[in-house]
Design a binder for this molecule. Structure first.
Ligand SMILES: Cc1cc2nc3c(=O)[nH]c(=O)nc-3n(C[C@H](O)[C@H](O)[C@H](O)COP(=O)(O)OP(=O)(O)OC[C@H]3O[C@@H](n4cnc5c(N)ncnc54)[C@H](O)[C@@H]3O)c2cc1C
Length: 432
């Protein structure tokens, strides 16, 4: 039997999270409202307000809920993480308050899985404790969707590596204490075995933040996704994360979880948008009555709620696959790719409808829809664009399907009927 019930003790925790987010975390969103504010440790007022909130989350046993207990997390499992993340997804600060923000969450997962004992002590422990921030830098100005085309080089020099190249959309690089960077170490190897990951402490000579890059709507030169340059940066071999040439495989390991976590938070965002649409629809009078009395508004509201329920079940199923140990197999990768596409599609659709229902107010800077549209764009582009995931889904569906031989496809009714008649021939003849 499929069981959608939540364990009573975890439901109690979720009740507390709902109250805590509404009463404490939303205030952080409203006062410290720059998109990258949760990662900026220079803002002393914000850091002072954040510290007691994080302490309370740790005291409640909900800190770093994406990680198992043996890696320093709350160890609640992915299904329970969904119930938590969908509440946090209503806010910008929630993930940082609860210690499960990207890209640190994905970075902590690969450090736990592939890090040496020294790397775990130096980087993983303080990252999980929330004492430092990190960045994952793969994308380059010359291309991101295809990681086999990276140009940043790491050349071996004795027991050191020398890294040279340009990266951008290195989210939070300016706030990070260390950057995990993908560089080409083996240009002549098979495409997926050319890259290696390295851990670069932020103060390493040869690392330059060329400029900050932001979302549309943010002023030029400001934002959380910088352009960075590695100019002959030297690292010891002990900075290598995972095997030489294994950068693609290690990076993939962090992306599965990251994509599902974005989806969980998107559920919360979409529910919040539907709540806003509903309130607007019952409140606003137009010619003909309230907005909710118009059939087009009813259609938008109902179809949004139906789509969200379907999406939530899809993400719940993918989370269950991770808990069941099926997240990294072929079926798991298919489920994640499907979730990734659906996250962008549903968010874009519901943000647009909710914004439109609010009229000029919706398009103004007195509501947050512009930011939400940016999030929808991020869901569609970051961690690989929608088209690439659609191609993966289609290839996975077609992988084991043999071409049909013959003039007509296997669904051709006359052919199928002839076969069925042959099978039932004795009955047909007896009755004739
Ligand atoms: C908010 C945000 C945060 C990000 N954070 C990070 C980060 O922290 N670290 C990091 O390394 N990167 C990050 N990225 C970068 C992101 O992963 C890349 O933008 C993404 O992989 C696409 O690469 P690109 O921008 O170079 O687009 P391109 O590779 O130039 O692709 C452009 C478009 O072409 C189409 N396209 C490309 N390839 C195919 C294909 N095979 N089939 C069909 N269509 C295709 C798609 O429509 C795609 O959107 C972030 C991006 C955003 C928006």
């Amino acid at each position: 039997m499929v069981d959608f019930s939540i364990a009573p003790e975890f439901e109690e925790k979720l009740d507390w999270v709902r109250r805590f987010v509404a009463e404490e975390v939303e205030a952080m969103d409203l006062v410290f409202d720059q998109m990258s504010a949760p990662y900026d440790r220079k803002n002393q007022a914000a850091r002072a307000a954040l510290a007691p909130l994080q302490a309370e989350v740790k005291r409640r046993g909900l800190w770093a809920a994406h990680l198992p207990a043996h890696d320093g997390g709350a160890g609640v499992g992915q299904v329970n993480l969904l119930y938590l993340n969908e509440i946090l997804g209503r806010t910008d600060w929630g993930p940082v308050v609860f210690g499960c923000q990207g890209p640190d969450s994905g970075n902590s997962e690969i450090l736990a899985a592939f890090g040496t004992p020294e790397q775990k002590a130096r980087y993983l422990r303080p990252l999980v404790a929330g004492e430092v921030y990190s960045c994952f830098s793969m994308t380059e100005p010359t291309g991101g969707a295809d990681p086999t085309r990276l140009r940043t080089r790491a050349v071996q020099d004795g027991d050191h590596w020398v890294i040279t190249g340009d990266k951008w959309y290195a989210s939070h690089a300016q706030y990070a204490d260390f950057i995990i960077v993908a560089a080409v170490t083996d240009p002549d190897a098979q495409p997926h075995q050319r890259n290696t990951l390295f851990i670069v402490p932020r103060d390493t000579p040869g690392l330059e933040i060329v400029r900050e890059v932001g979302f549309f709507g943010e002023p030029e030169g400001v934002g959380g996704h910088p352009y960075i340059r590695f100019d002959g940066l030297r690292l010891p071999d002990s900075a290598r994360l995972g095997g030489r040439g294994q950068g693609f495989a290690v990076a993939q390991a962090r992306l599965g979880g990251g994509r599902i976590h974005h989806a969980m938070r998107a559920i919360g965002l979409c529910q919040q948008l539907i709540d806003m649409m509903t309130e607007r629809a019952v409140s606003r009078e137009v010619a003909g009555g309230r907005l909710i009395d118009l059939q087009s508004v009813q259609n938008d509201l109902a179809s949004s709620a139906i789509a969200l329920r379907q999406f939530r079940l899809q993400v719940l199923h993918a989370a269950w696959m991770f808990d069941a140990g099926l997240g990294h197999g072929r079926e798991g990768r298919l489920a994640v790719a499907m979730v990734k596409v659906a996250t962008a599609d549903i968010t874009k659709d519901i943000v647009w409808k909710a914004m439109h229902l609010h009229g000029a107010l919706g398009a103004s800077n007195e509501m947050a829809f512009g930011k939400y549209l940016g999030l929808a764009a991020m869901f569609g582009i970051a961690d690989g664009p929608t088209e690439v995931h659609l191609a993966s889904v289609a290839k996975a569906l077609a992988r084991d399907v043999e071409p049909h031989v013959g003039f007509f496809p296997s669904g051709h009714l006359p052919s199928r009927r002839a076969a069925a008649r042959a099978k039932l021939a004795s009955y047909l003849e007896a009755a004739a």
